[in-house]
Design a binder for this molecule. Structure first.
Ligand code: FES
Ligand code: FES
Length: 179
């Protein structure tokens, strides 16, 4: 038996029929094709599946799709403005805050939640905010530097809102929304 739900994702109103046991991350990736949200563990450990639900960071493998009824969801695909990167994506690119990029969508969504609460976090606050996000590549230091840089950009006037753009890097865009 399916439940009919309606929600907004990346600014677009959507409806879906979902089984009560279906996870939000499954609906995003498999039903809506939003594969920038990754699945690293399915057990609430890695944070690769982090999205925003009503502006708060949520691990989408911990939430049922039916619980998204009536909410507004933002995924990594909603952060850039077309080809122009969101300030957090620009900071990760410029500060080398990624290597393989698998953790990056979740890291950016967790960081956006943090910077939405404070644009001038300490390094301890940054590390606390991403403690639920596992990166197997970077050693975290450049991620912390990138989030710090994005905070500086926000304090200088950049917007964190989804769809807010900074100038794109001269080279190819990072794989922040890859499968
Ligand atoms: Fe959700 Fe790992 S896939 S926390
Ligand atoms: Fe590879 Fe973080 S950049 S897992």
């Amino acid at each position: 038996m399916s439940e009919h739900i309606a929600f907004v994702v990346n600014g677009e109103r959507r409806e879906a029929d979902v089984e009560p046991r279906r996870l939000l991350v499954e609906m995003l990736r498999e039903d809506l094709g939003l594969t920038g949200t990754h699945v690293g563990c399915d057990t609430s450990q890695c944070g690769a599946c982090t999205v925003h639900v009503d502006s708060a960071a949520v691990k989408s493998c911990t939430m049922l799709a039916v619980q998204a009824d009536g909410t507004s969801i933002t995924t990594i695909e909603g952060m850039a403005a077309g080809e122009a990167l969101h300030p957090l994506q620009t900071a990760f690119w410029e500060k080398h805050g990624l290597q393989c990029g698998f953790c990056t969508p979740g890291m950016i969504m967790a960081a956006a939640d943090l910077l939405g609460r404070t644009a001038d976090p300490t390094d301890d606050e940054i590390r606390h905010a991403i403690q639920g996000n596992i990166c197997r590549c970077t050693g975290y230091q450049n991620i912390v530097i990138a989030i710090r840089a994005a905070g500086a950009a926000v304090r200088a006037g950049a917007s964190l809102a989804p769809g807010s753009a900074t100038a794109a890097p001269a080279t190819a865009a990072p794989a922040t929304a890859a499968n």
